[in-house]
Design a protein around this ligand. Sequence first.
Ligand code: NAP
Length: 458
Amino acid sequence: MAKYQSINPFTNENFANYENSTNAQIEDAISLAHALYQKWRHESPSGRSKTLRQIAAELRQQKEEMAEIMTREMGKVIEESRGEVDLCASICDYYADKGPDMLKPQPIDSQLGKAYYLKQATGVIMACEPWNFPLYQVIRVFAPNFIVGNPVLLKHAHNVPGSAELITKIVKQAGAPEGSLINLFPTYDQLDTIIADSRIQGVALTGSERGGASVAENAGKNLKKSTMELGGNDAFIILDDVDPAVLKQALSSARTYNAGQVCTSSKRMIVAKSKYQEVLKELKAVFASLKPGDPLDPKTTLAPMNSAGAKEKLTQQVQAAIAGGAKVFYEYPEIDSAGAFFRPIILTNVDRDNPAFDQEFFGPVAIVYEVEDEEEAIALANDSSYGLGSSVLSSDIERARNVAAQIETGMTVINGTWISSGELPFGGVKKSGYGRELSELGMMAFVNEHLVIDMQSK
Ligand code: NAP
């Protein structure tokens, strides 16, 4: 793990550095959060619902500050950062509105007695989050657990410490009690110790397969419930009857939003033969039209990657793909900047034995496949270690639904690209992880479904 530091990937300026948390600070954080859990156990969610509304309002109030620090730390274009703040405010509103009702006891039909289960908090949750959506990844865990009554400790990615600090400050300024969300800067070893602590009842991680496997192993060893939101290699299936306007719209951001650093970005474009040339042409036009520049400048449409290291890793992956037989259909011209810009590239002819075939490319790389028919498209989509999102584009909705149902994945968007909203469950299968975030399903991740049965009343 690198140090917790803020480095602007456009200018390479290291503008803030943070010390690791001391063991005493970690102990204080766990104690404070645990004490809050004990207090919340005796309170209904209605008070927290009001506070969550305030948090939404405070996020909207501090939108510019929040957006700017995210862009300065990990490079996304400023308009996308602002959109992320709006989305997070809406997620807080969603749980403030719906959360208390979702937590009402659930009656159970039983011959043995009057039965129901309570939906109760379990305790402090440890959240380990990645840099690609610095606010959204935290709110996805924090907002539902806040309503449930589970305080959250945060270990954010090493390259977005300023964002982590501002998020916790906003939550506090909105009136949330001390301990609701505590940011820490732990080492991996300290994180292991936190997870092992008996007061920690759950671990939520969003990140890579590598980070997920390590943290899940530790959670498992300590019998802690965990959710793992990991990488993806999403299939973007374009059928022969796609509506041209829908296709154009979808391709406009499918592989370039957040500089392609989205878990559910359309990484494998699987195209019916009759549409293959059209897709390549359109995708090339989209890539060629991008304008690199300072992500704080609203005119910029091609952002740098989040770090020089990420650019280097992606460069090596692309080189290995080409050495393995992939063809370059298009590559963006050289970019005259010291920033971590990766030149968007379109690859074709990636065979099954190419190292790229089953890898996640976390950046603006489109891999385009040509298929004979729907069956081949589905088989190719499923020939992956991952199963996070997917898209199906077709003007025949029944046909698209039928294809969607056959993809081994956690989410499918018909006639669109990836999407997220408070009410929509988010998560995957296979090496994309387990569990769901957001929606009612996500809120139940760390809830104790406590059965009560009264044997004397039927
Ligand atoms: P990452 O390296 O796994 O990091 C994620 C978080 O886990 C960071 O806080 C990181 O801390 C921590 N971490 C990593 N390895 C660890 C270890 N061995 N022990 C303890 N903590 C560890 O992931 P990333 O590369 O930053 O993020 C990109 C990945 O996230 C992509 O694969 C993307 O697809 C995936 N992602 C998935 C979703 C989803 O919802 N499924 C959403 C967004 C992103 P440090 O930064 O300090 O190393």
